[in-house]
Design a protein around this ligand. Structure first.
Ligand code: ZN
Length: 93
C-alpha cells in the first residue's frame, strides 16, 4: 500500500513546517517542539502537520502554502469535526 503521508516529500514538508517553530494555528498557543520521537506519536500537544484546506475538500497534501502547524489534539478535533456529518436538524421532539 502506498500512503502519501509515508513518502519522502511529505516527511520533508513536515520537517520544514516543524522547523518554523510556529504556534498552533487552531488555538494560537505555543507548541512544545521539544516533544518528538516516539513520545510525540501520542502526546496531545505534540506538533502535527495540519492543512489549511482539508484534504477532504481538495487541499493539497504536499503544498507548503497549505501546511499549518497544529497540536495533535487540535488537529484531530478539527479533523473529526469535518469528518462528521451534518447534525440532524429536522429532529422532532
Ligand atoms: Zn492547538
Amino acid at each position: 500500500m502506498s500512503n502519501p503521508r509515508n513518502g519522502r516529500p511529505y516527511r520533508r514538508l513536515t520537517a520544514a513546517q516543524r522547523a518554523l517553530g510556529l504556534p498552533c494555528w487552531i488555538c494560537g498557543h505555543n507548541i512544545p517542539y521539544e516533544i518528538r520521537g516516539p513520545l510525540a506519536g501520542r502526546h496531545p500537544l505534540a506538533f502535527t502537520l495540519d492543512h489549511l484546506v482539508p484534504l477532504s475538500r481538495g487541499g493539497d497534501l504536499l503544498d507548503p502554502a497549505n501546511a499549518r502547524s497544529a497540536h495533535r489534539r487540535c488537529n484531530s478535533a478539527r479533523g473529526n469535526r469535518t469528518a462528521v456529518r451534518q447534525p440532524r436538524s429536522s429532529r422532532r421532539w
